[in-house]
Design a protein around this ligand. Structure first.
Ligand SMILES: Cc1ncc(COP(=O)(O)O)c(C=O)c1O
Length: 1004
C-alpha cells in the first residue's frame, strides 16, 4: 500500500502535511505520520469491510477517557476538517476503508524496554486501573460481540486443545480449562464493564532513556475492547508482565499493587487473577497453534508462543500462596477469616496457657540478626559444632539457659542449599525468621496454648532440619481455624501422638530435643503460627525471602500474642537503610560519594561475598581491598591476638616489624632494600614525593594523565584525575602530564608495533617543558596499570622505556602498585614485572592490610640514605605491631592459599568469557586486563564512550546482586577486580548476568 496515497489523504482530509511510515498491524493499515510541525500522529485505515461499530466504540471510549481522566497517557482522536472522527476513504486499490487519525505517543513498546522494574510494572497497573475506572459507565453495542479474545468466553479452548501435539502440554491446557470451568460461576457474578482487553507488552509504551527513570507513556490499541469483569483486563496485562520476567510473582504483585491503588479490587476478584492469567495464556497458545496449522510456513507463529510455553511449563507456586500474596499486597485478609483470627489472638493474649509453663515476659531476647550476630562465621556453610552453639552468648548470661529469638529477624544461619532460590551463592536466599524461638534446656515440656488437634507429627531427622515437629490445628470462638507449629522437638512425640489426637489447653504434649534429636541445634522450640495451611500443608517455610515478606508476614504473623507477650518484644526491627542514609547526609560532606542510584548497606562479608541488612548476598567483584577475602579468619585471629598483647609504634623494637619488612622484600627485586610503613596509599605516595625530592634536590614530576595517587594536597598535585576534575585545584607548574599509554583509544594503537616506545617518547617533551619552566626533574610517578584512567594495560616495555628517560634526566621512578600489586595480576606479583621495569620506589596500599589501614613504601638504600639526611621520619600508626602482623599475614595467605594462581586462572576464564561477549555485543568496544584486574570499555555505535550504557550495566549488575565499578575519563569502563578468592562458579555468574543485561541493551 503506498504511503504517498495515504499522505495525500491525510493532507486532503485533515489538512496535515506529514511523512508516513508503515507500522505493524495484523489486518489494518497503520501509519506513523510525522507532521511538518513535529507533531506525531497515527493514521489508521481499517481492513476493507470493517464494521463501523468497531471503530466507533474505540472513538467513543477514547473520548470518554479524555473527558474523565485527561492525564492518562492515551491517544486522542483527531477529527477531520469536516468534523468527522472517522471517514470512509478509498485505498489505492480502490477499496473503501474506514479511516481515522489519533495523536502519536512517545516511547518504545514495553516488550523492548528494560529494565522492567517494579516501579514500572506498578505504573502499568495504575494506568490500566485509571482506564478501567474512566470506562466504568461507558457502553456501546460493539462491546457485547462474541469473539475469541473475550476471556469470559474462553471455554472454546477446551474443545480445541487437541491441536497441541505434545501430550504433557495438552494436559496442561486441559487442566487450566478445568480450573477455568470451576471458577466461571464466580466470574459471572462479577459486574461487567468496558475493558481495554489487550494490554499486551506491545500495546504499552515506555519513555525514558537507557539508565534514566522510565515511565509509562502510552496504552494503545483499543481494538479488542469488550464488556467483561475488570479482573479479566488485569489478568490479560498480568499474563504479559510475568512472561520471561526473572521474578514473575514480584511482577504480578507490583502490577496488582499499582492497579489496586487507583481502582481498589476485592478479595474475590484477586482470587481469580492467577487462574485467569493462565487461561489467557492457554487461549494464546491454542490460538497460535491453530494459526500455525493454517500457516505452516510462518515460523513467527510458533516463535511467538515460546514465552507462554516457557512460563506454563515451569512449575508454578501454589495458587493459594499467589492469591494470599495478592490479597496481602492490597491490605486484604490473607485468607478469609484471617482478620478475625488476628483479632481473637489479640483479644485473648494474656490468657493463653504458657507454652513452657512459665511467664516468658522476663526472658531476655537474643538477636541472631545479620547486623547483631556473627553466627555463623561462614554464611554459606554452618558445621554441626557451630549450629549446636548458636546463641551460646545469650544463654547463661544470668546463669540460665532461657532466651528468646526474634520473629521477622534476618539471619545468616540458614546455609543449606534449600534456602537458596537460584543457581549461585549470591542468588536470592531465604533469611527472615517467621517464628519466635524459645531457647530452654533440652527435655523442657511444651504445653498447648489452647485446645487443638494434631495435624502433623513427624521426625525430620536431616542435619539442621526440625527433628521432631508437631503442627496443631485450633479454632477460634467463631470457628475460624488457625495453626501452630512446634519444631526441634524430642522425636519421641512421633511414637506417642497421631494426627487427629486432641490436645487440651495447658496439656504437656511434647518436649524440647537435644542437639542429637532436633536437627543439630542448641535446644529450643521454633514456634510459628499460620493462618492457613493451603499451599504449605505440612511443609511450612520457617524462614522467608526478605523480598516476599508481604505474603509471609501476613500468613505467618508474629506469634507473640499466643505467648502472652507484646508483639514489640518479639518483633525484630532491622536498622533502616533510609535512616542511615539521612544521618549520613546530615553528618558527612556532600562530596563523599555513594555507589548506585539505590545505595546498598552492607553489614557482613565472607570471602568474595557481602550481605546487606536483610541478609541478601552480593557477589563482590569490585573491592580489591579485601585481597584475601572479607572476614578472613586468619586476619581476625592475628588482629585479636596482637590486640590482646599490645599495640605500639616503631620507636620500640618488635620482631613483627622486621618480619613484615623481610616478607615484603622477599617479593621485591634485590635493589629495593628499605621499607617505610605508613597508614594509606596516599601517605606512601606523599612520602615517595618527599624521597624523590630529597634524593634529587629537584621538584619537577612527570606523570600520566588521569592518574590517581591519593587525597592529600601533595599527591593531588600529581593526580590529574582529581586536579583536573570539576572544581579541582588545576595543574601545578612542577607537574607535566603525558598521555596515558592506552593503545585502545590513544594516539598509538595496537596495530603500531612501536607503540610502547612511541608513548614513552612523549616523556621527552614533558621533561623539556619542566626544564623550560625552571624545574629540574625529581621523578616520574605512575600507577603501573592505570586504574581510574580505565583499567589500562600499557604495551609491554613502556615503563622500562620511560624509566630510562627519567633516569637520564636525573629523576627517580616511582611505581604506584596500590591497585596492581600482591598477585592480583596472576602472572606477576607486581605490574612492573610485566613492564620489565625496575622502579626506584614502589608504593603499596589498599590490599596489603586487607581492610586494615596500611601503606608501604619500598626503596633503594641510596634513596633512603638521602632522605635520612633530613629530619626524623615518624608515623604514629605506620608500622604499628598490629599493622605489621596483619600485613605479614595477608602476604602469607596469598602464598598459602595460592591466590596469585587463582587470580591467573579465574582471570583468564573471565577474560575469555568477556571476549566472547565482546564478539557478540557491539556496545563492548574493548576487553582488557590481566588476572583479576579487568576493564570492559563500553562504546556507542559511533565508537564514542558509552557512559549511559556503562552506568546501566553497573546498576543492573547490582540488581542481580553483583558489585562492580566503573571508571575512565568518561566513566564508560567497567572495572572488575574482586577479592582473589573468587571461584569459577562466581565467574560464571558474572558472565551469564552480563550477557543477559547486554541482551537488554541490544534488544532493539
Ligand atoms: C593507584 C592508587 N594509589 C593511591 C591511592 C590512595 O590510597 P588510599 O586511599 O589508601 O590513601 C589509590 C586509592 O584509590 C589508588 O588507587
Amino acid at each position: 500500500m503506498s504511503t504517498a496515497h495515504w499522505a495525500k489523504a491525510l493532507l486532503d482530509t485533515w489538512g496535515i502535511k506529514a511523512a508516513l511510515t508503515r507500522l505493524d498491524g495484523e489486518y489494518d493499515l497503520n501509519f506513523l505520520a510525522q507532521a511538518e510541525d513535529g507533531q506525531i500522529y497515527v493514521l489508521k485505515a481499517m481492513r476493507p469491510g470493517c464494521d463501523y461499530d468497531l471503530v466507533d466504540v474505540q472513538i467513543g471510549a477514547l473520548a470518554q477517557i479524555a473527558r474523565s481522566a485527561p492525564d492518562l497517557p492515551l491517544p486522542r482522536v483527531i477529527p477531520a476538517q469536516n468534523g468527522a472522527s472517522c471517514l470512509s476513504l478509498a485505498d489505492d486499490a480502490g477499496n473503501e476503508r474506514l479511516v481515522w487519525l489519533q495523536t502519536g505517543l512517545p516511547g518504545r513498546c514495553y516488550a523492548k524496554s528494560h529494565p522492567k522494574t517494579t516501579a514500572l510494572v506498578t505504573e502499568v497497573g495504575a494506568v490500566l486501573a485509571g482506564v478501567t475506572r474512566a470506562l466504568k459507565d461507558f457502553d456501546h453495542p460493539a462491546l457485547h460481540r462474541d469473539f475469541k479474545w473475550d476471556l469470559m468466553a474462553a471455554d472454546w479452548v477446551a474443545a480445541e486443545s487437541g491441536c497441541i501435539s505434545d501430550p504433557a502440554r495438552r494436559q496442561l491446557v486441559d487442566d487450566i480449562c478445568t480450573d477455568f470451568a470451576r471458577l466461571k460461576p464466580r466470574l459471572e457474578t462479577l459486574p461487567r464493564q468496558a475493558i481495554h482487553n489487550d494490554a499486551n507488552d506491545y500495546n504499552i509504551l515506555v519513555a525514558g532513556e537507557l539508565g534514566a527513570p522510565q515511565h509509562i507513556s502510552g496504552l494503545i490499541d483499543f481494538g479488542d475492547m469488550c464488556a467483561a469483569p475488570r479482573i479479566c483486563d488485569l489478568a490479560i496485562a498480568a499474563a504479559y508482565m510475568v512472561l520471561d520476567h526473572p521474578k514473575p510473582q514480584q511482577a504480578l504483585t507490583s502490577l496488582v499493587e499499582g492497579y489496586h491503588a487507583v481502582n481498589p479490587l476485592t478479595a474475590a476478584e484477586l482470587d481469580l487473577l492467577w487462574p485467569l492469567l493462565r487461561m489467557r495464556l492457554a487461549v494464546s497458545v491454542v490460538n497460535s497453534t491453530l494459526m500455525a496449522a493454517d500457516n505452516p510456513d510462518d515460523p513467527y507463529v510458533t516463535i511467538s508462543q515460546a514465552p507462554a510455553w516457557r512460563f506454563l511449563d515451569k512449575p508454578a507456586e501454589h495458587p493459594a500462596l499467589i492469591a494470599g500474596r495478592l490479597r496481602a499486597t492490597c491490605g486484604l485478609p490473607v485468607v478469609d477469616g484471617a482478620d478475625r483470627v488476628l483479632a481473637y489472638l489479640e483479644k485473648h493474649s494474656g490468657s493463653f496457657a504458657p507454652i513452657m509453663n512459665r511467664d516468658l515476659s522476663d526472658v531476655p531476647m537474643g538477636s541472631l540478626s545479620v547486623e547483631n550476630s556473627t553466627w555463623p562465621q561462614n554464611p554459606f556453610d554452618m558445621p554441626l559444632e557451630e549450629a549446636a552453639q548458636v546463641g551460646a552468648e545469650f544463654a547463661g548470661k544470668d546463669g540460665s539457659e532461657w532466651w528468646l529469638g526474634y520473629y521477622n529477624e534476618p539471619r545468616l544461619i540458614y546455609t543449606a542449599p534449600a534456602f537458596r532460590k537460584g543457581a549461585y551463592k549470591a542468588s536470592d536466599r531465604r533469611t527472615v525468621h517467621l517464628a519466635v524461638d524459645v531457647f530452654a534446656p533440652a527435655g523442657q515440656a511444651l504445653h498447648a496454648p489452647l485446645d487443638g488437634e494434631v495435624l502433623i507429627v513427624e521426625d525430620r531427622a536431616n542435619h539442621l532440619d526440625y527433628g521432631g515437629v508437631i503442627i496443631l490445628k485450633h479454632l477460634t470462638d467463631d470457628g475460624d481455624p488457625f495453626y501452630t507449629l512446634y519444631g526441634h522437638l524430642d522425636p519421641e512425640c512421633v511414637t506417642r501422638l497421631t494426627p487427629g489426637d486432641k490436645i487440651a489447653r495447658g496439656q504437656a504434649f511434647c518436649q524440647l530435643g537435644n542437639a542429637y534429636q532436633n536437627g543439630g541445634w542448641a535446644p529450643h522450640v521454633h514456634f510459628q503460627i499460620a493462618l492457613s495451611t493451603d499451599g504449605i500443608e505440612a511443609d511450612w517455610p520457617g524462614v522467608a525471602d526478605p523480598d516476599d515478606l508481604v505474603l509471609w508476614n501476613a500468613l505467618c504473623p508474629n506469634p507473640a500474642p499466643l505467648l502472652n507477650l507484646p508483639a514489640e518484644k518479639t518483633g525484630y526491627q532491622p536498622t533502616d537503610k533510609t535512616t542511615v542514609l539521612a544521618a549520613r547526609k546530615a553528618h558527612f560532606g556532600g562530596n563523599l560519594s555513594l555507589t548506585y542510584q539505590d545505595p546498598v548497606m552492607l553489614l557482613r562479608g565472607w570471602k568474595h561475598h557481602l550481605f546487606d541488612e536483610w541478609g541478601r548476598p552480593y557477589l563482590d567483584a569490585y573491592n580489591n581491598v579485601p585481597h584475601v577475602g572479607h572476614a578472613h579468619p586468619r586476619i581476625q585471629a592475628v588482629a585479636a591476638d596482637q590486640l590482646k598483647r599490645m599495640n605500639s609504634n616503631t620507636r620500640y623494637l618488635h620482631p613483627a616489624q622486621t618480619a613484615f619488612a623481610e616478607k615484603i622484600l622477599s617479593k621485591m627485586p634485590e635493589h629495593l632494600e628499605v621499607c617505610f610503613f605508613v597508614n594509606s596509599g596516599t601517605e606512601a605516595n606523599e612520602l615517595a614525593l618527599r624521597l624523590a625530592r630529597a634524593h634529587t634536590g629537584a621538584k619537577g614530576m612527570v606523570t600520566p594523565d588521569h592518574g590517581y595517587h591519593g587525597n592529600t594536597t601533595g599527591v593531588i598535585d600529581v593526580s590529574a584525575y582529581k586536579f583536573n576534575a570539576k572544581g579541582g585545584v588545576g595543574p601545578s607548574d612542577w607537574v607535566e602530564l603525558v598521555e596515558v599509554a592506552d593503545d585502545y583509544r590513544g594516539s598509538f594503537g595496537r596495530d603500531d608495533p612501536e607503540r610502547a616506545q612511541n608513548y614513552a617518547n612523549l616523556v621527552d617533551d614533558a621533561i623539556a617543558k619542566l626544564r623550560q619552566a625552571g624545574h629540574a626533574i625529581a621523578g616520574f610517578i605512575a600507577e603501573t596499570f592505570p586504574s581510574v584512567g580505565g583499567q589500562i594495560i600499557p604495551p609491554k616495555g613502556y615503563l622500562a622505556a620511560v624509566y630510562e628517560k627519567i633516569r637520564k634526566a636525573g629523576g627517580v621512578c616511582i611505581a604506584d602498585e596500590v591497585q596492581t600489586g600482591l598477585g592480583r595480576l596472576g602472572d606477576y606479583y607486581f605490574g612492573f614485572e610485566h613492564q620489565e621495569a625496575s622502579p626506584d620506589i614502589v608504593v603499596m596500599g589498599k590490599p596489603i592490610g586487607n581492610g586494615h589501614p596500611l601503606g608501604v613504601l619500598v626503596t633503594t638504600r641510596d634513596i633512603a640514605e638521602s632522605f635520612a639526611q633530613g629530619p626524623e621520619f615518624f608515623s604514629t600508626f605506620g608500622g604499628s605491631n598490629l599493622s605489621c602482623r596483619i600485613g605479614t599475614e595477608v602476604l602469607n595467605i596469598v602464598d598459602d592459599e595460592g591466590l596469585q594462581e587463582n587470580a591467573r586462572l579465574r582471570g583468564s576464564e573471565l577474560l575469555s568469557g568477556l571476549k566472547d561477549l565482546h564478539g557478540r555485543y557491539p556496545s563492548i568496544g574493548d576487553v582488557r586486563g590481566m588476572g583479576l584486574f579487568i576493564g570492559v570499555e563500553l562504546i556507542n555505535p559511533d565508537g564514542s564512550e558509552a557512559t549511559a550504557i556503562c552506568s546501566y550495566l553497573k546498576n543492573r549488575m547490582r540488581d542481580h546482586r553483583i558489585l562492580i565499578g566503573s571508571e575512565g575519563p568518561k566513566d564508560n569502563i567497567l572495572k572488575i577486580r574482586p577479592p582473589l578468592t573468587i571461584d569459577a562458579e562466581d565467574i560464571q555468574m558474572i558472565l551469564e548476568t552480563m550477557d543477559s543485561i547486554l541482551a537488554e541493551v541490544h534488544c532493539d
